[in-house]
Every structure is written in structure tokens, then in C-alpha cells.
Design a protein around this ligand. Structure first.
Ligand SMILES: [Cu+2]
Length: 115
């Protein structure tokens, strides 16, 4: 019954494929951010967040389509948008103050700790 072996190999390959797909789905790209900031009502909420070095912040644009931008010169720039989200990973510790280029009074800060 030499036909049994190919079937077994096939099953093993299938299990490995599933494991690989799972690993990809749980990879860095799908990881939850360390902090989420809602861009709405002409403000950042919360306006200040603290994350570890290598952590990420996701800004979610939820202001009824009103255009906003999230950016710190030389650091990150979401572009002007009225929907969706923008995620940035902070590789160096420090305090990153950012604004909305459309509404300069919208200000926020990300503190990246040195842990
Ligand atoms: Cu704005």
C-alpha cells in the first residue's frame, strides 16, 4: 500500500500551509497599535499618548468627512484625509509634538519612552 505515503505528505503540507497563513495574519502588519487616537470634533482624543520605543500609534479619522492631517515635520505625515486611518511606528524615544496642517490649533503629542 504505497499509496498511503503521498496522502500523509499531503496532510502534513496542508497543516504547514495553515500554520504559515496564521503566522502571516498575526505578523507585525496585523498587530494592534500601542495607542489609538481619534481625530474628531476638531481635536485629537486623547491629545497625548505614551508608548514604548518601537511602538505604534494609529490615528482614526472620524470627523464626518471633515478633512484633517496628522504630522510632525521630518517625522511623519498622514496626508490630508477625511476618512480611514494612519499608523506610524516610533523607533526612537522622545516627545513628538504634532499638528493638523488644516487646523493649526489641533495639537497633540506622542511620548516614546526609553524602556
Ligand atoms: Cu484638522
Amino acid at each position: 500500500m504505497s499509496g498511503c505515503r503521498p496522502v500523509r505528505r499531503g496532510e502534513v503540507t496542508f497543516v504547514l500551509s495553515v500554520a504559515l497563513v496564521s503566522a502571516v495574519a498575526c505578523g507585525p502588519g496585523a498587530a494592534e497599535p500601542d495607542a489609538v487616537v481619534t481625530v474628531g470634533h476638531l481635536a485629537f482624543g486623547p491629545s497625548e499618548v505614551t508608548i514604548p520605543t518601537g511602538g505604534s500609534v494609529r490615528w482614526e479619522f472620524e470627523d464626518g468627512g471633515l478633512l484633517h492631517q496628522v504630522g510632525a515635520p521630518g517625522e511623519f505625515d498622514s496626508g490630508v484625509t477625511g476618512a480611514g486611518s494612519f499608523t506610524h511606528t516610533f523607533e526612537r524615544p522622545g516627545v513628538y509634538e504634532y499638528t493638523c496642517s488644516v487646523h493649526r490649533y489641533m495639537v497633540g503629542a506622542v511620548t516614546v519612552t526609553d524602556d
